[in-house]
Design a protein around this ligand. Structure first.
Ligand code: NAP
Length: 331
């Protein structure tokens, strides 16, 4: 085990969060019960905010950034885990209140970990990462609501070419739904078609303010954009349909009325991945292992070295990242 290793730390610089690569040791890590050697992490929108300093994600400093971990247990003071176990960690406040995954080693709480599903390598698990696991939580929420399976109408995915959107399309298409992708990047249509999208909506048509009850079109939707887009999607959802909302790529506001809910029984299903209980996580990962085609997964993924994180953070915030970015730790 090397004495010092590189971590991407967020520190305070003149009252502002600033990311920099630092050399740290095992002794610097938090005193949690399981020591994990991190093989891969990922780049999510939230990581972009944290690393660029454009969002105040870390609530205490210094903080190791990175909300995802895939790696191997090195030491454990918990009966639940032993050296050599392959594990995955998504969320649980990493990069906010707990040190995260952009580091060769991290100490974590045993209850935060799930076992790497047999279907996946550590790299696959991070190709999925928080974005993909959140997409699975959204599809779980829609199916638990129960209306889309019986309806042959379309299911809409907004932010389609992003990490959540790409995975949601692949999962929904595999289940046999007719998937429409809302994207602002026409150049991604071929890519989204290969994932299973059969129709497209220009995202600009959803970002203009619309009426409270528009023509009913969507049997269900996965929304990672929020704001006016989410308001329009709710207004276009069929009687009894549901929208799983998980993101704010277009804004955190929701300029909507209650009319779709009280006149069409449309449900707005909020989805949080960070503090989701273990049972929900395991169900989402089971869905991913069953329904996510390996070819689709590799087509949405690129692997980048940890050293490129500062540039990649700006790329994801500028909406230039397609699909998922795996971060190889130690590179
Ligand atoms: N609730 C949770 O636990 C949870 C978990 C994961 C992610 N999230 C949130 O979900 C969102 C998506 O995450 P991600 O990792 O998929 O990010 P991402 O890879 O950056 O994808 C976001 C996509 O949203 C679209 N978009 C960006 N800016 C937009 C704008 N101004 N108006 C309309 N569409 C816009 C783009 O899609 P096109 O290029 O196709 O137009 C972009 O690719 C983020 O807000 C993230 O914070 C929440």
């Amino acid at each position: 085990m090397s004495d010092t290793f590189t971590a991407l730390m967020i520190e305070d610089e003149g009252g502002k969060p600033k990311a920099a690569f630092k050399q740290i040791t095992i002794a610097d890590l938090p005193d949690h019960d399981v020591l994990v050697e991190v093989a891969f992490s990922t780049l999510n929108y939230k990581d972009g905010l944290a690393v660029s300093g454009k969002g105040r994600i870390a609530r205490k400093l210094p903080m190791v950034a990175g909300i995802d971990i895939a790696g191997t247990v090195v030491e454990s003071r918990s009966d639940k885990w032993k050296a050599g176990d392959k594990v995955v960690l998504n969320g649980w406040g990493l990069s906010e209140t707990e040190w995260g995954g952009y580091t060769r080693f991290q100490r974590v709480k045993p209850e935060w970990l799930i076992r790497l599903p047999d279907a996946f390598s550590l790299q696959d698990a991070m190709a999925i990462g928080t974005a993909g696991y959140t997409a699975a939580l959204c599809v779980d929420a829609l199916e638990a609501w129960g209306t889309i399976a019986a309806d042959q109408r379309e299911v809409l995915v907004t932010g389609a070419a992003g990490g959540v959107g790409s995975t949601a399309i692949a999962l929904l298409a595999k289940r046999g739904y007719k998937v429409t992708a809302a994207t602002g990047r026409p150049e991604t249509h071929d890519y989204l078609t290969k994932l299973g999208a059969t129709a497209f909506v220009d995202r600009a048509t959803l970002s203009e303010k619309g009426g409270p009850l528009q023509k009913e079109r969507w049997a269900g939707a996965v929304d990672s954009v929020g704001s006016t887009t989410l308001a329009n999607v709710l207004s276009q959802t069929v009687y009894g349909g549901a929208v799983a909302a998980c993101g704010l790529a277009g804004g955190a506001d929701l300029p909507a009325t209650v009319l779709p809910h009280i006149l069409r029984s449309v449900a707005l299903l909020g989805v949080d991945s960070v503090m989701a209980p273990i049972a929900k996580r395991e169900k989402a990962w089971e869905r991913l292992a069953r329904d996510l085609d390996r070819e689709a997964l590799s087509s949405i993924t690129r692997v980048e070295p940890m050293s490129r994180l500062p540039e990649l953070a700006n790329e994801i915030l500028a909406g230039q990242v397609r699909g998922r970015v795996v971060i190889e730790i130690g590179k």
